[in-house]
Write a protein that binds this ligand. Structure first.
Ligand code: ZN
Length: 198
């Protein structure tokens, strides 16, 4: 069974999600929700899914960037993004600290279906949160994993990538795949008329 992923325009995507207590995290309802979110993310497919995306204003997200999803991507694309496999895990009530320079890549969102844009994100992050058993954990991440964490945690605060993107880079996934995916980011920015200092 998979859950319905809501699209931009649903009010829940613009709300501040509420924190969960460790007891709630261990409840049958939340365990069931995590299972369904995992199935829904894999089916999409996506590398992250936040509870507001399935209509629930809760500070919970699931993340997984499996090797299977990366096989179709050229090794040099994976290398420049710092993209490595990330096993399935859950983050609850995350507090994020951004570290390092901003790096820019195209990213998309299952709640902004069919589109992609160039989004600056911190190169590294530290996330303090609870895991799926309600235990406190700290995550230090860089590369694509750091981007996934920033994107998912934004969802828990009512923020979408469109709030952070270079607006001139907003385009359909179809166009991106055909004309832009293989360009170096600097050249893409030049062609799109995005200031180089930004
Ligand atoms: Zn998203």
């Amino acid at each position: 069974m998979r859950l319905k992923i809501v699209q931009a325009g649903e009010a829940v995507l613009r709300q501040e999600a509420r924190a969960l207590s460790p007891e709630e995290i261990r409840s049958a309802e939340i365990r069931q929700l995590i299972e369904l979110m995992r199935e829904t993310m894999r089916d999409a497919p996506g590398v992250g899914l936040a509870a507001p995306q399935v209509g629930l204003p809760l500070q919970l997200a699931v993340i997984e960037d499996p090797e299977e999803l990366q096989r179709a991507i050229a090794p040099e694309r994976l290398a420049e993004r710092g993209r490595h496999p990330v096993p399935f895990h859950v983050i609850v009530n995350p507090v994020i600290t951004l570290e390092g320079e901003a790096v820019e890549f195209f990213e998309g969102c299952l709640s902004v279906g069919g589109f992609t844009a160039l989004v600056p994100r911190a190169a590294r992050v530290r996330v303090e949160c609870l895991d799926q058993n309600g235990a406190p954990i700290a995550i230090d991440a860089d590369g694509w994993y750091a981007r996934i964490l920033q994107h998912e945690i934004d969802h828990l605060h009512g923020t979408l990538y469109v709030d952070r993107m270079h607006t001139r880079s907003f385009m359909s996934v179809d166009h991106f795949a055909r004309r832009w995916n293989d360009l170096p980011i600097l050249e893409a920015k030049q062609r799109l008329g995005i200031a180089m200092s930004a």
